[in-house]
Design a protein around this ligand. Structure first.
Ligand code: FAD
Ligand code: NA7
Length: 539
């Protein structure tokens, strides 16, 4: 690893060491031959898979589709054992690719970027780190993570708690929860994984649930060598299907509405999908209209509600676990979540009906009563999509701070660029596609890196979209979300999980295939190149 102070000027700087940062560094260094430096505040590359080390953490994208698709040799060389990857396995994969592509030395770990500013005169970015060094680069690529800015609510009295407390995305390696009285706050995808995994190992588990969740079995299982060999033999066709599908989760698109079949047939299809497993498959790939057809959505919701009443033995617990919202959050999947509430050592506290009053030295008091605890785990999610873009100053042209520009809702052209921020590229940012992430990262950053090449090849200094271009993309995203039910669920998809955050559309909802077509159709034709800086007194 090179010492930072030896060199301060680079062609490109990348922030983040997850899938996005790794992809960007590889292509910028190994394909464009640029001089690149990458900063990662964590102690290892991996991003999500470095931070989220909680028990039960796993990717619910099928193993074959939760990886980079462009390196065909890597696809053949690297393998897996089960249909889904656990946290450690994704981390191992990402560590492997960093070594394979020889980009380890480009990453400065434990290095947090605390300010970036565009210098109009030099047409470059100045990037300051927590080590108080300032670097410069013509191109700035941000892979800050869509689900990475931790959301940990400030519970009254938490500082008085005498036990340990931590967030799932800041999981300490020495966490001692086994044999203890544990409280988990939050029942999103993360809470569901964690609760199911730790329940057998703790003395008592109290689940503090604000909103009940729809979840279907994941169907985690070993894959045979023959199955994996067949996937590898057909990878080209499989990726073609992934890149052209709605969710890019590795399933062919559904062709029929849930209302096109008889009630009996529909139940049979849902039952089959329940048995096969996976929330995204259940939600998007058996029928094509659960996300926007209320009748179809109700049918799926009712199917899951019936399952809850069958699985959960205590009727009152089943009632509390039964959602009342439409089925319109990020679809969750589990390894026995609802059945976990049949265990004698698990209690469900409904904190919507009886909110948390305070944390005391010994536990949590709700309006209903007191829960004695040794450990409190926050599975309370993230300030998603734009959270990390607002946690430090990003100053574009004319001294404009991105967080001010985004105060009423964040938007980015193609989910990648914002007006007034030249040569500034984002991955998985607001208004990017609502899909499996690795294919989306390759699409977005693939476009951005091709643009960087275009600038270099054509002797152009800068590229950026105009405000009108960004707004037109936002309008298209609104079109794609018209009629969907996602805004009716109070989730991070619209930013409503974080108090004070404006309710605003965060995604292009047209699917991966259409997103890729948009990129192809537009190319770089809508961008402004070498925009003259506005006159300021300093010039
Ligand atoms: P991240 O992996 O989040 O990496 C961002 C990195 O940027 C972080 O390491 C962070 O430390 C760093 N960073 C941020 N700000 C700064 C700064 N100022 N200075 C320096 N470094 C900074 N997606 C799926 O498609 N399928 C799944 O099954 C799936 N499962 C998930 C399960 C969990 C528990 C979570 C939390 C997310 C899951 N996701 C899943 C989403 C997942 O985040 C993406 O798939 C993918 O890992 C994102 O990669 P990334 O590189 O864009 O961001
Ligand atoms: P989510 O899906 O945002 O879930 C967070 C959970 O925490 C959810 O149940 C919230 O309840 C709950 N929460 C949040 N704030 C509070 C407060 N103040 N009090 C009580 N409960 C609270 O985050 P996840 O980490 O589970 O999943 C995020 C994504 O990461 C997921 O889609 C995967 O892709 C991985 P609420 O529903 O808001 O009432």
């Amino acid at each position: 690893m090179s010492r930072l102070s030896e060199k301060l000027d680079f062609d490109a700087i990348v922030i983040g060491g997850g899938f996005s940062g790794i992809y960007a560094v590889h292509r910028l260094k190994n394909e464009l031959n640029l001089d690149v430096r990458a900063f990662e505040k964590g102690g290892h590359v991996g991003g999500t898979w470095y931070w989220n080390r909680y028990p039960g953490a796993l990717s619910d994208t099928e193993s074959f589709a939760y990886r980079f698709s462009f390196d065909k040799e890597l696809l053949q060389d690297y393998t897996w054992t089960h249909n889904y990857l656990k946290q450690k396995e994704v981390l191992k994969y990402l560590t492997h690719v960093v070594e394979r592509w020889d980009i380890k030395d480009e990453f400065s770990l434990y290095t947090e970027v605390i300010k970036v500013e565009f210098n109009e005169k030099e047409a470059h970015w100045e990037v300051t780190t927590n080590k108080m060094e300032t670097f410069t680069a013509r191109f700035l690529v941000n892979g800050l993570g869509l689900l990475a800015a931790v959301h940990k609510p400030d519970l009254p009295g938490i500082d008085n708690f005498q036990g340990e407390y931590y967030h799932t995305a800041e999981w300490p390696d020495d966490a001692e929860y086994k044999g203890e009285k544990v409280g988990v706050i939050g029942t999103g995808s993360t809470g569901i994984q964690l609760i199911t995994e730790i329940a057998p190992d703790v003395e008592h588990l109290t689940v503090f649930q604000r909103t009940p969740q729809y979840t279907v079995p994941l169907g985690y299982r070993k894959q045979t060598e023959e199955e994996i060999a067949e996937i590898k033999a057909n990878y080209d066709e499989l990726w073609d299907m992934v890149h052209n599908s709605v969710t890019a989760f590795g399933y062919p698109d559904a062709e029929i509405s849930a209302m096109d079949v008889s009630d009996e047939e529909r139940e049979k299809i849902f039952e089959d999908a329940w048995n096969k497993g996976n929330g995204f498959r259940f939600f998007s790939h058996v029928f094509n209209d659960l996300s926007f057809n209320r009748e179809a959505n109700d049918a799926a919701a009712n199917f899951i509600k019936k399952k809850i009443s069958e699985i959960v033995k205590d009727p009152e617990t089943a009632r509390k676990l039964t959602p009342t919202e439409p089925y319109a959050r990020r679809p969750a999947a589990d390894n026995g979540y609802y059945a976990t509430f049949n265990r004698d050592n698990v209690t469900l506290a409904d904190i919507k009906a009886h909110p948390i009053v305070e944390v005391t030295e010994k536990g949590i008091r709700t309006e209903e009563g007191f829960h004695e605890l040794d450990v409190i785990i926050f599975a309370t999610g993230f300030d998603a999509m734009d959270g990390n873009y607002k946690r430090f100053d990003i100053i574009g042209r004319n001294g404009v701070n991105l967080k001010d520009q985004w105060k009423d809702g964040s938007r980015a052209y193609l989910g990648v660029m914002e007006s007034g921020f030249p040569n500034f590229f984002m991955s998985r940012a607001p208004l990017s596609s609502f899909t499996n992430n690795p294919p989306a990262i390759e699409a977005e950053l693939g476009w951005a890196i091709d643009l960087i090449k275009h600038l270099i090849d054509n002797d152009l200094k800068t590229a950026e979209p105009s405000k009108e271009t960004v707004d037109a993309w936002y309008d298209l995203c609104m079109e794609t979300s018209k009629g969907t039910l996602f805004h009716e669920a109070q989730s991070w998809i619209y930013g409503v999980n974080v108090p004070g955050k404006p309710f605003s559309l965060r995604f292009y909802m047209g699917g991966m295939g259409n997103y890729n077509k948009e990129l192809e159709k537009r190319g770089f034709t809508e961008l402004e190149f070498d925009k003259a800086p506005e006159k300021t007194t300093s010039l």
